[in-house]
Design a protein around this ligand. Structure first.
Ligand code: ADP
Ligand code: MG
Length: 233
């Protein structure tokens, strides 16, 4: 018996039409992500990385094909059902952090739990634990503008994992960080993957980030070029 994958895409097409031009952002892509994968998606600009992550999160709908997230066929869900599934099962980290500017680090991480209806004491416990885990202890009350880029991305990581999602998706999470900060952020993601078995799928341009991935998926023109697991000795 094979274990149910966290995410499975089968023959997924996403076609954008501009005038009489068609762009196949995803061109019959199939992909299985197993629980505990730490997978990078690489590929040139325009190869479909962002589209893949958006489709996986149910933020965007494919034109054809199947997307199964944690056992549910995302393409058959309504907009509100997809939002609910995202809230419960997915954490998303953006290239440009996308924090709410008027909220503190703590509040940015906490609102996911508020939306889920968790009570205040449990929320506080969870958020404290996660902020400590991502290395933001002592900075809980700062707003995004009072934090460095690396610290802001740590808040975004805290927000993504605070609800213990089945899958964390990250769209070029290190692209706006300098090299040392980028590698530290990747180290944090790696640590969370190992400590909790959280499945990660993140896109990147950076060869140093690709090197650290447990699995490297390469896209070209919306198709899978290669998919390799790292062999660690
Ligand atoms: P990547 O993240 O790898 O750079 P994207 O998924 O953003 O690639 O884009 C894949 C292709 O789809 C590109 O050719 C891009 O121009 C096109 N595309 C993406 N989003 C849209 C859109 N909203 N409208 C039209 N074309 C789009
Ligand atoms: Mg992109």
């Amino acid at each position: 018996m094979s274990v149910q994958p966290v995410l499975e895409l089968k023959e997924v097409y996403r076609i954008y039409r501009q005038g009489d031009q068609e762009v196949h952002a995803l061109d019959g892509l199939s992909l299985r992500l197993e629980a505990g994968d730490f997978a990078a998606v690489a590929g040139p600009s325009g190869s479909g990385k962002t589209t893949l992550l958006n489709v996986a999160a149910g933020l965007d709908r494919p034109d054809r094909g199947s997307v199964v997230l944690d056992g549910r066929e995302v393409t058959r869900l309504s907009r509100s059902e997809r939002a609910r599934l995202r809230l419960e099962k997915v954490g998303f980290i953006f290239q440009s952090f996308n924090l709410v500017p008027v909220l503190s680090a703590r509040e940015n991480a906490e609102f996911v739990l508020l939306l889920r209806g968790m009570d205040a004491a449990e929320r506080r416990r969870r958020v404290d634990e996660v902020l400590r885990e991502v290395g933001l202890e002592g900075l809980e009350h700062r707003r995004p503008s009072e934090l460095s880029g690396g610290q802001q991305q740590r808040v975004a990581v805290a927000r993504a994992i605070v609800g213990r999602p089945a899958l964390v998706l990250a769209d070029e999470p290190t692209a706006n960080l300098d090299t040392d900060t980028a590698l530290a952020l990747l180290g944090l993601m790696e640590q969370l993957n190992q400590a909790h078995g959280t499945t990660f799928l993140f896109s990147t341009h950076d060869p140093r980030v690709m090197e650290r991935a447990g699995r490297l998926i390469r896209l070209v023109d919306g198709r899978l070029e290669s998919d390799r697991r790292a062999v660690h000795s």
